[in-house]
Design a protein around this ligand. Structure first.
Ligand SMILES: O=C(O)CCC(=O)C(=O)O
Ligand SMILES: [Fe+2]
Length: 349
């Protein structure tokens, strides 16, 4: 973040952050934990159905869930201390801290010329003329980063992972991830990318999802490898517009599959949309569209993920619990809600 921390705006999460949408990877189930009785009543049967049949297995799950609830309670203070410590992190490629035009694919720059940003049809024509595709309703892909830049970023991420003892997991679904927000990369590089480029795209292509009023974001890197974490289970994101940018090519398979939008009955019989990964290319979609990553069959896949948020949408309904957000103040790393006169929940945009 470029400003001193004291200058940051207040940030907020919905209270559901602390105990809902806890993912039990072994049984492929998202759960809520209030207390042991509620948990047993609500989830014991579904867990049994998924193969968690012995007392020992159930105790293991309960412990895992309670540990996750504790992790979430201290998430924001841990994030803050990691973020402060990461200010000392020495980049091996310091040139990538700030966004430079040379990092962007020439086709992306051509697509983003001012005369292409006048209306949706013109932008979609420019997208198609510059290596982009429309894969399904509001599912787009297009080239964005050069291969050289992807390589620099991959090297930086792996150096960062090796040199930091403690880092927060971006979510409970992928254990090899790095939070670009906690690393400090978001507030320099990604803020420019979103302000200078992505807001113009979301305004035209996702106007029905707050795309014209994106005022914060969360960003991280996910990594899959064939042996430990080959895939990502079905979920939707805590954002309004999501994007996934593939940073490497040394892997096979790993397509992204997109299905219906959460809560939109009319989508239920839609054909799934399957999009291949391509190094330097971005896939953009509605965050609330269910999606998952097919398993990779060799190598390691590394993607940058950005969840763009609009307080105008999420203040009405928290996407994760589906209710009016029960807003709680946090020190840093809020989920894009605003309260009262605050104009935006994120210090970055
Ligand atoms: O693996 C991908 O490309 C998508 C990851 C994703 O959906 C997420 O982390 O929310
Ligand atoms: Fe996702």
């Amino acid at each position: 973040m470029s400003q001193p921390l004291t200058a940051l705006r207040t940030e907020y999460v919905c209270s559901c952050f602390f105990n809902r949408q806890i993912f039990i990877k072994k049984y492929g189930l998202h759960v809520t934990y209030e207390d042991d009785n509620q948990f047993e009543k609500d989830f014991r049967q579904s867990l049994r159905f998924r193969g968690c049949s012995t007392e020992k297995q159930y105790s293991e799950v309960l412990l895992q869930v309670k540990t996750e609830v504790e992790r979430r309670k201290s998430y924001h203070s841990t994030f803050l201390s990691n973020f402060m410590r990461n200010k000392e992190y020495r980049y091996i490629h310091p040139e990538i801290i700030q966004l430079q035009t040379r990092f962007l694919d020439q086709r992306f720059l051509d697509m983003m010329q001012e005369n292409n940003l006048q209306d949706t049809d013109t932008l979609l024509q420019a997208l198609a003329a510059n290596g982009g595709h429309v894969h399904g309703p509001q599912v787009y892909s297009f080239p964005i980063f050069t291969k050289d830049f992807c390589q620099l970023l991959i090297e930086e991420i792996s150096n960062f992972k090796q040199s930091t003892q403690e880092r927060s997991l971006p979510n409970t679904m992928n254990f090899e991830g790095v939070s670009l927000d906690e690393m400090g990369f978001s507030c320099t590089f990604l803020t420019s990318l979103i302000k200078n480029y992505f807001q113009s795209i979301t305004k035209l292509l996702f106007s029905n999802w707050g795309g014209g009023a994106i005022d914060s974001f969360k960003s991280f890197v996910v990594q899959y490898d064939k042996d430990k974490h080959p895939s990502l289970s079905k979920h939707f994101d805590n954002g309004e517009v999501s994007m996934s940018i593939c940073l490497n090519s040394e892997f096979e398979a790993g397509d992204l599959q997109l299905e219906q939008v959460f809560g939109q009955e009319e989508d239920l019989d839609m054909e799934p949309v399957v999009v291949k990964q391509q190094m330097g290319h971005c896939i953009m979609h509605r965050s609330r569209q269910f999606h998952f990553a097919h398993p990779i069959t060799s190598g390691v896949r590394t993607n940058m993920i950005v969840w763009m948020r609009s307080s105008s949408i999420r203040n009405q309904m928290c996407p994760m619990c589906g209710q009016t957000p029960d807003i709680q103040e946090v020190q840093i790393a809020g989920d894009g809600f605003t309260l009262g006169q605050d104009s935006a929940a994120c210090s970055c945009l």
